[in-house]
Design a protein around this ligand. Structure first.
Ligand SMILES: NC(=O)c1ccc[n+]([C@@H]2O[C@H](COP(=O)([O-])OP(=O)(O)OC[C@H]3O[C@@H](n4cnc5c(N)ncnc54)[C@H](OP(=O)(O)O)[C@@H]3O)[C@@H](O)[C@H]2O)c1
Length: 248
């Protein structure tokens, strides 16, 4: 039986991906900042562990407790929408600490066992915003584009050890809690700077176009599943109708 460790399983893509792999007979290490046993179906193949990807000790303890794994899915992430001028430096740092360094931290923690076994797969969830620039998302986009570039270089240095690395790029998924969490963070930090307020209204109105193609959690779960199980899958896999259209 194969084992997958997924970060950020308390909601959204991570939760649905954990469910998807469990349903298909994998052992799933579902990690969450605040572990909950009531989110996923009871199963002897499910282990729920605490994990904060910004914390070295938490990463070390969780990877040790997980035991041998075959696939690591770096899904945990936070959003941020604002102009650069409305982005406090500590917010920019926290976005990179979670999205970029959190991914690196997790990979560093599993590499010794992957190298020893000369096998292993890492799947990094980034974003379709790295394929088409959008305004007011510069800091978030940079945190995810850095993961894309990092992954492409890492793939070459890990290939001699039999370790593969893939990227799943979801499109906009308004149905997860991602947008509302980012919006709360925006409000907590004082909102858009006055000089950008009118522009921000236009950008937000454009994002809410009814009927526009969007991404569902199920699209991301399927893309991660494909990355893990289809040896012919490309390194970059778009997830969701909007992301697939962009890639085309
Ligand atoms: N939704 C979109 O439009 C969209 C589009 C493209 C890419 N993405 C990316 O897809 C991934 C999942 O997003 P989602 O839409 O499923 O959002 P979500 O529902 O907000 O889920 C994000 C998950 O990441 C976890 N997380 C945040 N900070 C963490 C930390 N320091 N350590 C461990 N876990 C942490 C959250 O846990 P808590 O519950 O503890 O906060 C939550 O489980 C993210 O990487 C996001 O950047 C999202």
């Amino acid at each position: 039986m194969k084992t997958v460790l997924i970060t950020g399983c308390s909601s959204g893509f991570g939760l649905d991906t954990a469910r998807y792999f469990l349903d298909r007979g994998w052992k799933v290490i579902a990690t969450m900042r605040s572990p909950r046993s009531d989110l996923l179906p009871q199963s002897e193949n499910l282990v729920v562990l605490p994990l904060d990807v910004t914390d070295d000790e938490s990463v070390r303890q969780t990877v040790a407790a997980a035991g041998p794994i075959h696939v690591l899915v770096n899904n945990a992430g936070i959003g941020w929408m604002n102009a650069l001028e409305g982005t406090p430096r500590d917010v920019a740092r926290s976005v990179f600490e979670t999205n970029t360094l959190g991914t690196m931290r997790m990979i560093s923690a599993v590499l010794p066992q992957f190298r020893e076994r000369k096998a292993g797969l890492i799947i990094n969830v980034t974003s379709s915003v790295t394929m088409k620039p959008l305004p007011l998302l510069s800091v978030y986009t940079a945190s995810k584009a850095a993961v894309n570039a990092f992954t492409e270089s890492l793939a070459i240095e890990l290939a001699p050890f039999g370790i593969a690395v893939k990227i799943v790029l979801p499109g906009a998924a308004p149905d997860t809690s991602f947008g509302s969490t980012a919006f709360s963070r925006l409000q907590e930090s004082g909102g858009f700077p006055a000089a950008y307020a009118e522009f921000a209204d236009e950008v937000i109105a454009a994002m809410r176009t009814p009927g526009a193609p969007k991404t569902l959690s199920a699209d991301v779960a399927e893309a991660v599943w494909r990355a893990a199980n289809d040896p012919s899958a490309p390194m970059r896999i778009p997830a969701g109708a909007d992301a697939v259209a962009l890639e085309a």
